[in-house]
Design a protein around this ligand. Structure first.
Ligand code: ADP
Length: 587
């Protein structure tokens, strides 16, 4: 409780800072509305007193009944009209806070290197933060504004009541103690509930994606698996409902207890007023004004405690956000793009994924000379893609060294100097121009530059068919864009690789979606396509890489053979065996 008591003001201050940083002007405007609200409430009490004076003690009244009633009506209307203004201002401010929260989440994810990003801890924390980032900022904003308004209201009404009878204030404030305790309880149950349900939500979200997104539609229908997946989704829904039902009951109980507490305090205060009148300590007009003030004060107290509750409920999520942002690695410095004048050498390089027993890449030595085309072949799972990620600076070797022209190369510099296209490359639902030029933001994506690489990668035939040329939207996920075939998408990815003019290009299965003729042409012409760049070509089809200057054969994370096609065939080892096997299948 002591910890809670000290932690609460700190959390509230942190929430206030977050809101103010999101939108300074908006926060000021919202605060002004809150002050106006408190002043208007004070006006209602004062006008009420005038009305009671005019009714009960007309001879001593400062104003007549009609102007007093008019003043009361005006003040009541003013109070009423501030409310919708506040609601709309909350909407705007809530959106701005939400934007700021998202900016921080996106900054952290954008900064995270691939290793961090792929760790399960990061993924789970990101999921939780993302889910709460949608609703919590609004709650924090509304609660904070409610708290400010509530505090002002409580202060003004308490001042009025102290003038009438100081004892009324502690009676009402006492109602707040159980309310705050109940809020903390609510907060704890809510956080535990969200923690428990994250995994469930993730699985449900994944099923929703499978069942609604276009890339999965054909296969799901071909297998008739929409029904069974719907059933799984239904099971998850039931689990969520059961958990939510329990949580809702807890929250209803807490809300009921809070309301009862406030109502009891209100009754006690009204009884006290009646008692004061009976003993002749206050006159009837004062009693009337006090009754209005008590009613308003209990409303303000309710707002205040609900707001504290809301803040306490959201605070763990804000803390979660802070932890998530802090967990991200510091921003990596931008890398320096280098030319390759001699060679890139990986020496004795190993890499093991977390929670995997054996290394995916195990004591590997490879080198890629300037202008060379080097091939990496091997069966699925032999470690080719992992090695490609080390070459491209996405992973650092866990042991061994990566040297660029003789000097140990830091990952950011390597990333800036290497282009990589993976076999599961991204099909951006953007224009063709964006799809190509996204690989290099340092250049103006002129028609000429974009069309040049599009032509070289063989996309150009498709461009002629596109309605808006290079500005045609691709993909059907967002707009009615042009849908390309798998092979056309692959050529777009190739154009993207060429557009980014780096000394070394890594192409991971660059022909997986091409037809045999196109595949043959791509590999036969690859030197012309690369135009002097060095390349690491990855393929599990051995015939594709015969023309490489050097071929590394991978098996279970190790390089087991190395040489030209002819040398490897002459050795009659692993390569020769697999090559013969594959070409026999073709014959
Ligand atoms: P290839 O490209 O030759 O098919 P990979 O480099 O993709 O091989 O995979 C090598 C090994 O590492 C495989 O056993 C694979 O299961 C494992 N692996 C690949 N990516 C990950 C990952 N992100 N986390 C854990 N294991 C992985």
């Amino acid at each position: 409780m002591v910890r809670a008591a000290t932690a609460t003001p700190r959390l509230i201050a942190a929430a206030a800072r977050e809101v103010a940083r999101a939108d300074r002007l908006g926060t000021v405007v919202a605060a002004v509305y809150q002050i106006l609200g408190a002043v208007a409430a004070l006006g209602v009490v004062a006008a009420g007193k005038l009305v009671f004076d005019a009714l009960l003690e007309p001879e001593q009244a400062a104003v007549g009944l009609t102007p007093a009633l008019l003043a009361l009506a005006f003040m009541t209307a003013l109070t009423g009209s501030i409310n919708p203004l506040q609601t709309q201002q909350h909407r705007l401010l809530g959106e701005r806070v939400s934007q700021r929260v998202w900016d921080r989440v996106l900054d952290t994810t954008a900064r995270a290197d691939l290793v961090t990003y792929e760790s399960t801890g990061f993924a789970t924390a990101l999921e939780r933060v993302q889910q709460n980032a949608l609703t919590r900022p609004f709650m924090v904003t509304a609660s904070l504004l409610g708290l400010t308004g509530g505090l002002l209201g409580v202060a003004t009404m308490s001042a009025v009541l102290i003038g009438v009878e100081p004892l009324l204030v502690p009676i009402l404030l006492a109602a707040g103690i159980p309310a705050v305790l109940l809020s903390r309880w609510a907060s704890r149950t809510e956080f535990a509930f969200a923690h428990r349900l994250t995994a469930l939500f993730r699985r449900r979200q994944y099923l929703r994606q499978l069942l609604t997104q276009r890339p999965y539609a054909a296969e799901l229908r071909a297998f008739g698996s929409t029904g069974p997946l719907r059933d799984r989704h239904g099971t998850l829904n039931s689990q969520v409902t059961t958990a939510l039902r329990g949580q809702v009951r807890r929250r209803q109980l807490i809300a009921a207890l809070t309301t009862v507490g406030v109502a009891l305090a209100l009754t006690a205060a009204l009884l006290a007023i009646v008692e004061l009148v009976r003993r002749g300590r206050i006159g009837l007009p004062e009693a009337g004004a006090a009754a209005i003030a008590v009613r308003l004060l209990s409303g303000q107290l309710n707002t205040m405690f609900t707001s504290i509750g809301g803040l306490l409920e959201s605070a763990p999520f804000l803390a979660d956000l802070e932890r998530f942002v802090a967990s991200g690695p510091p921003a990596a410095p931008g890398g320096r793009k280098r030319q390759l004048t001699e060679r890139l050498v990986l020496h004795d390089v190993s890499f093991r994924y977390p929670e995997q027993e054996r290394p995916a890449v195990d004591a590997v030595d490879i080198e890629i000379g300037a202008g060379e085309v080097v091939a990496l072949v091997g069966e699925n799972g032999s470690g080719k893609t992992t090695l490609a990620k080390i070459v491209a600076g996405l992973y650092d070797p866990q042991s061994g060294s990566r040297r660029w022209d003789g000097a140990v190369a830091a990952a950011p510099d390597v990333r800036a100097s290497v282009t990589v296209i993976f076999q599961d490359f991204v099909r951006y639902q953007l224009t063709l121009r964006d799809n190509i030029a996204i690989s290099d933001a340092s250049r103006q994506p002129t028609d000429e530059a974009v069309l040049d690489v599009a032509r070289r990668a063989g996309v150009l035939g498709a461009v002629d068919d596109l309605r808006d040329g290079v500005d045609t939207m691709l993909g059907r996920d967002l707009d009615e864009g042009a849908d390309l075939s798998g092979g056309q998408w692959q050529r777009v990815a190739l154009a993207r690789a060429l557009y980014r003019d780096t000394a070394l290009v890594v192409l991971d299965e660059p022909a997986a979606a091409l037809d045999p003729r196109a595949e043959h042409e791509l590999f036969a012409d690859v030197r012309a396509l690369l135009n002097g760049r060095s390349a690491l070509l990855i393929s599990h089809r051995f015939s594709n890489t015969r023309l490489a200057d050097r071929i590394y054969v991978m098996d279970a994370g190790r390089v087991v053979e190395c040489g030209t096609h002819d040398e490897l065939m002459a050795r009659a080892g692993h390569y020769a065996e697999l090559y013969t096997l594959q070409s026999a299948a073709y014959r």
